[in-house]
Design a protein around this ligand. Structure first.
Ligand code: SAH
Length: 236
């Protein structure tokens, strides 16, 4: 009994510290949603709910946790970045997702965007070309309990044939054009959101809808993403 009391006295401050830190992050998430996301016009309640819920600080390196909810992209290692919160929310909103949708993401990075999607839809498939990032994102997502996300290490150019067709595709690295396999793997009526453009040049966040007889293309706004690597570079 005496030993148990001593142990409790030592563990209690650790628990209290953890709880107060998590409360601090929750407050930062609320501020992020108010000032960065709602203030810029994102309205979809499910997107807002997901942005309020997903603990973004778990998706950034430890030395970046203090900046996790700031209004900017952040480095995640391997020369890659986690996107700015507003851009994650905007891209997700543009897809107008239904809970029964099956979504493919190209460019897993930290896994944050995949987690936001997984709060809204039943199935998320995400592909990352850098194996260490794919492994880390998979482990973060498993630790947080996401069972509806499958992570694959590989070139997203080719899509993910096994789970085709997709209701929506989100590309979070910038290709100069949409790889054909991704168009083929999209359902009729489905949507792709993608930052289109050459490396170091202006990229335009673009919404593409697969409509009868072709593609409907809507430019949204200028953005800056890391370039798509792999097979697409060979085609230049
Ligand atoms: N969605 C991510 C951020 C993406 S950063 C997040 O929420 O954190 C863009 C990512 O795309 C990088 O990790 C980069 O390695 C990856 N990438 C680049 N080319 C790719 C390709 N051809 N296939 C899959 N991933 C690719």
């Amino acid at each position: 009994m005496y030993k148990k009391v001593i142990l409790f006295i030592f563990i209690l401050p650790v628990i209290l510290c953890f709880v107060s830190k998590e409360n601090g992050y929750e407050k930062q998430r609320k501020d992020m949603v108010e000032h960065q996301i709602k203030a810029r016009g994102v309205k979809d309640e499910r997107v807002i709910g997901a942005m309020l819920k997903v603990p973004r600080h778990h998706f950034v390196p430890l030395d970046q946790r203090k900046n996790a909810y700031s209004d900017s992209p952040l480095p995640i290692g391997e020369g890659q970045t986690i996107s700015q919160p507003y851009i994650v929310a905007l891209m997700t909103e543009l897809l107008k997702l239904k809970s029964s949708d099956k979504v493919l993401e190209v460019g897993t990075g930290s896994g944050y965007q995949a987690a936001i999607l997984a709060e809204i839809v039943d199935e998320v498939y995400t592909i990352e070309i850098i194996p260490t990032l794919a492994k880390r994102a998979d482990s973060t997502l498993k630790t947080l309990g996401y069972e509806n996300i499958k992570v694959k290490s590989g070139d997203g150019y080719l899509g993910w044939e096994e789970y085709t067709p997709f209701d929506a595709i989100i590309i979070t690295c910038a290709p100069p054009y949409i790889p054909k396999p991704l168009i083929d793997q999209l359902k009729q009526g489905g949507k792709i959101v993608v930052p289109l453009g050459e490396e170091w040049k202006a990229q335009i966040l673009t919404l593409i809808e697969k409509v009868k007889g072709g593609l409907k293309i809507t430019p949204i706004e200028y953005v800056r993403f890391v370039p798509m690597k792999g097979k697409i570079e060979e085609e230049k």
